[in-house]
Design a protein around this ligand. Structure first.
Ligand code: GLU
Length: 448
């Protein structure tokens, strides 16, 4: 069968059997379109049904998560774990706790994770999980009881050689601690490598907290250097103010950039003097409050309701680090009118398909999430290595490994884009580079 027809047919079948899962369709469409030139070169992938198999999760789990709130009320949430692909290693991917979580969201994230994890060059398969539990406004005790209930079911399906969850939106060090404590209690074994993002005194890795943000900046820095530019004196806008955003801002500032705005789901702050990160860290990491608080400490700064307005600010580099589909076609056009030269995706799928096309057609340096935000999961894999060795590396050692991994992702992305006739299109380059390793492993392992 002709490559284009094969891709179109498989895409239509996927849509039909996953009716209404629009985010999942979106993630699949982007990857599938990039792969047409690969199938033209490699008919063996078609003959072995690689696409039909890669788009069907190996295992999908949905379960009840009952817990009791501080007032004694029984609450019920829905838990998910999608074990998407284990061709190159145990399933690996975060857990997201957010009210918008549903099967489509977890499947799009799990699908992306397959290719992202492959790009890191480390032996990790793709998976993702989470729940529609809303951590906002919950007490510490409620968070703990939820995590314990979630793990009571999840523990049956994970393990250091099977599936290794970590954090994502709504899951940081505190939640990983509660999840690990419950896993250890239920399994009566100290299996450090079952979760990543752990605290430093019980098997965590240095740089894991900073990894996604730092990795994003290392990747964008490579893109800029490739065109003879750098972060020095560039105006940068970063959406979000969670773990990814904070450490992207930190590294961008270290490289000489001026970060002028960041946001949360309520609104954004603009500080023409440059964002003061200590204040953001205090508000977000210590007090767990809203970003609006920032203007109490910095009188020159402005706060605007409606977080999407952040994309109207004039900047050289835009780093969407909040959530999926946070930049649409119109917002992409405004960024271009305002002279943006580079966009690096810190969040997963933050740009709609139309927005991506706008960036690519206008010659913007565009670092797609699978490549640009792979630093987090890469250091998770380094955490697994350290757990296996029962040893830990220094901050500098892990940071250097992360930097090298991001450089290699950039090199492979550029190489694949050129090889398949899409020079400077890092979306196609990253999708192909990530796909090839997984597809070849699937070929070698037979029809499973
Ligand atoms: N949630 C992160 C991601 O989207 C990290 C996953 C992990 O460390 O396993 O890649």
């Amino acid at each position: 069968m002709n490559a284009k027809k094969y891709v179109e047919k498989t895409f239509e079948e996927m849509k039909q059997r996953n009716d209404g899962q629009i985010e999942f369709h979106q993630a699949v469409e982007e990857v599938f379109k990039s792969l047409i030139p690969v199938f033209e070169k490699h008919p063996e992938y078609i003959e072995n049904g690689i696409l039909e198999r890669i788009v069907e999760p190996e295992r999908q789990l949905m379960f009840r998560v009952p817990w009791v709130d501080d007032n004694g009320n029984v609450k019920v949430n829905r838990g998910f774990r999608i074990q998407f692909n284990s061709a190159i290693g145990p399933y690996k991917g975060g857990l997201r706790l957010h009210p918008t979580v549903n099967l489509s969201i977890i499947k799009f994230l799990g699908f992306e994770q397959i290719f992202k994890n492959s790009l890191t060059g480390l032996p990790i398969g793709g998976g993702k999980g989470g729940s529609d539990f809303d951590p906002k406004g919950k007490s510490d005790g409620e968070i703990m009881r939820f995590c314990q209930s979630f793990m009571t079911e999840l523990c049956k399906y994970i393990g250091q050689y099977m599936d290794v969850p970590a954090g994502d939106i709504g899951v940081g060090g505190r939640e990983i601690g509660y999840l690990f404590g419950q896993y250890k209690r239920l399994k009566s074994t100290y299996e450090a490598g079952v979760l990543t993002g752990k605290g430093l005194n019980y098997g965590g890795s240095l740089v894991r907290k900073e990894a996604t943000g730092y990795g994003l900046i290392y990747f964008v820095d490579e893109m800029l250097k490739g065109k003879g530019m750098s972060f020095k004196d560039k105006k940068v806008v970063v959406s979000g103010s969670g773990n990814v955003a904070i450490y992207a801002m930190e590294k961008a500032q270290q490289l000489g950039a001026k970060v002028i705005a960041c946001s949360d789901s309520n609104g954004y702050i603009y500080d023409k003097n440059g964002i003061d990160l200590d204040t953001v860290k205090k508000i977000k990491e210590v007090e767990r409050k809203r970003i609006k608080e920032y203007i109490k400490y910095h009188k020159d700064a402005e706060y605007h309701e409606e977080h999407r307005g952040i994309w109207t600010i004039q900047c050289d580099i835009a780093l969407p680090c909040a959530t999926q589909n946070e930049i649409n076609e119109q917002e992409a056009k405004v960024l271009i009118e305002n002279g943006v030269i580079a966009v690096g995706e810190g969040a997963n799928m933050p740009s709609t398909l139309d927005a991506v096309n706008v960036f690519l057609q206008n010659g913007v340096l565009f670092g797609p999430a699978k490549a640009a935000n792979a630093g987090g999961v890469a250091v998770s894999a380094l955490e697994m290595s350290q757990n296996s060795m029962r040893y830990s590396w220094t901050f500098e050692e892990v940071d250097e490994r992360l930097n090298n991994i991001m450089k290699n992702i950039y090199i492979n992305t550029v190489k694949c884009a050129e090889e398949y006739g899409y020079k400077d299109n890092y979306v196609v380059g990253a999708n192909i580079a990530g796909f090839l390793k997984v597809a070849d492993a699937m070929l070698a392992q037979g029809i499973v």
